[in-house]
Write a protein that binds this ligand. Structure first.
Ligand code: IPM
Ligand code: MN
Length: 358
C-alpha cells in the first residue's frame, strides 16, 4: 500500500461538519486497501483569525507544504459579509494558500448522478448525460491583480492581469484532460472587450495547434453562461480564468442538482488541495443538515489525482451512488417530485456512505 501525509483543514461553518466525513472515508479506504494515511489538522479562515489574528497562520502553511495532499472544508463568516471594511478576512487565507502552494489549476467536475435527475430545477431531459470538466485558473486574474482605492475612498479598482505562461500551463493541462474524455475543449473569455482575454484567446489558439485531435471552441462568458443552462451536454472540457470560472461553476452546480454535490481538485506545483465548491453556509452551519457528499467526493478526487489510486477512488464514487440509489438524501438534494426519499442529516448520510464502502 501507499504511505501518505494528509492535512485536514475543516475551516469554518459547515466545513467543520462535512470535512469529518471526507476524512472518515479516507480512513476507511486506508483500512480496506492496506494503505497508511497520516492525518494532521490545521486551522484557516475565521476560526484561525479568532485564534491567532491571521486567516492562514504560518503553522498551517508549513504543515500544508509538508503534506502530500490537503482536504479542506470551507471558510467564511457572516460577520465579514456584512462589513466590507474589515481588513483581515477569512478568504485571504484561502487565496494565500492557493498562491503559496502554486495551485494554478482548479478542476471542477460537473456530473449528474442519475438518481438526482429530479433534484435539479432544470428539466431532466436537458440534464441527462451532462458531464463537464471545468479547468478554472486559480492563481491569477483580477483575484490577484493590484487593488487600489483613492485617498478620498470614492474610487476603487482591481487589476485584471494574465501572463502568457499562466494561460499556457493551464491550457496544456486542460487539453491533456480533454484527450482522456470526449476530445472537446471550450475556452471561455471576454475577448471582445478585455485585453487580458485577448491574450488568453491568443495563447489558447497557439496551444490548440499541439492538440489537433481535440476540437477547440472559443466562447464569450455571457454566451457561455446561457449555453450552460440551455444545453449543458454540448460541453466537455471548459477552460477559463479565475473570475469567470468562479461564477460559471456555481451556475453549473445546478446541473449536478446541488452545490452540496460538487467536489474540486486544485493542482499545480506539487501538493494537491481538495475541497467542496460550496462555502461555509453560515445559514445552516451547526444544524447538522449540510450535505457531506461534496467532501466525500473531494476525498475521491484526492485518491485518484494525488495518489493515483483509481480503484479506491471509483469505490468511493460507487458508494455515493449506492447511497443515492437507496433513496437517502440530505435536504438540498431532496426529490422535489416524489416522496420516496429518506431525508436525513449530515452524520446519518455520511454513515450510510461508510456502510456502502464496507
Ligand atoms: C470558491 C470560493 C472562493 C473563490 C472564495 C471563498 C474566495 O468562492 O472557491 O469558489 O472565489 O475562489
Ligand atoms: Mn466560488
Amino acid at each position: 500500500g501507499v504511505d501518505k501525509k494528509i492535512l485536514v483543514i475543516p475551516g469554518d461553518g459547515i466545513g467543520q461538519e462535512v470535512t469529518a466525513w471526507g476524512q472518515k472515508v479516507l480512513a476507511t479506504i486506508a483500512k480496506n486497501y492496506n494503505h497508511t494515511f497520516h492525518f494532521d489538522e490545521g486551522i484557516m479562515g475565521h476560526v484561525a483569525i479568532e485564534a491567532t489574528g491571521e486567516p492562514l497562520p504560518d503553522s498551517t502553511l508549513d504543515k500544508a507544504k509538508n503534506s502530500d495532499a490537503i482536504l479542506f472544508g470551507a471558510i467564511g463568516h457572516a460577520k465579514y459579509d456584512n462589513d466590507p471594511t474589515l481588513k483581515v478576512r477569512p478568504e485571504q487565507g484561502l487565496l494565500k494558500i492557493r498562491k503559496e502552494l502554486g495551485l494554478y489549476a482548479n478542476l471542477r467536475p460537473i456530473k449528474l448522478f442519475d438518481e438526482l435527475l429530479e433534484a435539479s430545477s432544470i428539466k431532466p431531459e436537458i440534464l441527462r448525460g451532462a458531464d463537464i470538466l471545468f479547468f478554472r485558473e486559480l492563481t491569477g486574474d483580477v483575484y490577484f491583480g493590484e487593488k487600489k482605492r483613492t485617498e478620498d475612498r470614492n474610487t476603487a479598482s482591481d487589476l485584471m492581469i494574465y501572463h502568457r505562461y499562466e494561460v499556457e500551463r493551464i491550457a496544456r493541462k486542460a487539453y491533456e484532460a480533454a484527450r482522456t474524455r470526449r476530445n472537446k475543449l471550450c475556452s471561455v473569455d471576454k475577448a471582445n472587450v478585455l485585453e487580458a482575454s485577448r491574450l488568453w484567446r491568443e495563447v489558447v489558439q497557439e496551444i490548440s495547434k499541439d492538440y489537433p485531435d481535440v476540437e477547440t471552441e472559443h466562447m464569450f462568458i455571457d454566451n457561455a453562461a446561457m449555453q450552460l443552462i440551455k444545453d449543458p451536454k454540448r460541453f466537455d472540457v471548459v477552460l477559463t480564468g479565475n473570475l469567470f470560472g468562479d461564477i460559471l461553476t456555481d451556475e453549473a452546480s445546478q446541473i449536478a442538482g446541488s452545490m452540496g454535490m460538487l467536489a474540486s481538485a486544485s493542482v499545480g506545483d506539487k501538493v494537491g488541495f481538495y475541497e467542496p465548491i460550496h462555502g461555509s453556509a453560515h445559514d445552516i452551519a451547526g444544524k447538522g443538515i449540510a450535505n457531506p457528499l461534496a467532501s466525500i467526493l473531494s476525498a475521491a478526487l484526492m485518491l485518484d489525482i494525488s495518489f493515483g489510486l483509481k480503484t479506491e477512488s471509483q469505490r468511493v464514487i460507487k458508494a455515493v451512488e449506492a447511497t443515492l440509489r437507496q433513496g437517502y438524501r440530505t435536504m438540498d438534494i431532496a426529490n422535489k417530485h416524489t416522496e420516496n426519499d429518506f431525508i436525513m442529516g449530515t452524520d446519518a448520510m455520511g454513515a450510510k456512505v461508510l456502510e456502502n464502502l464496507n
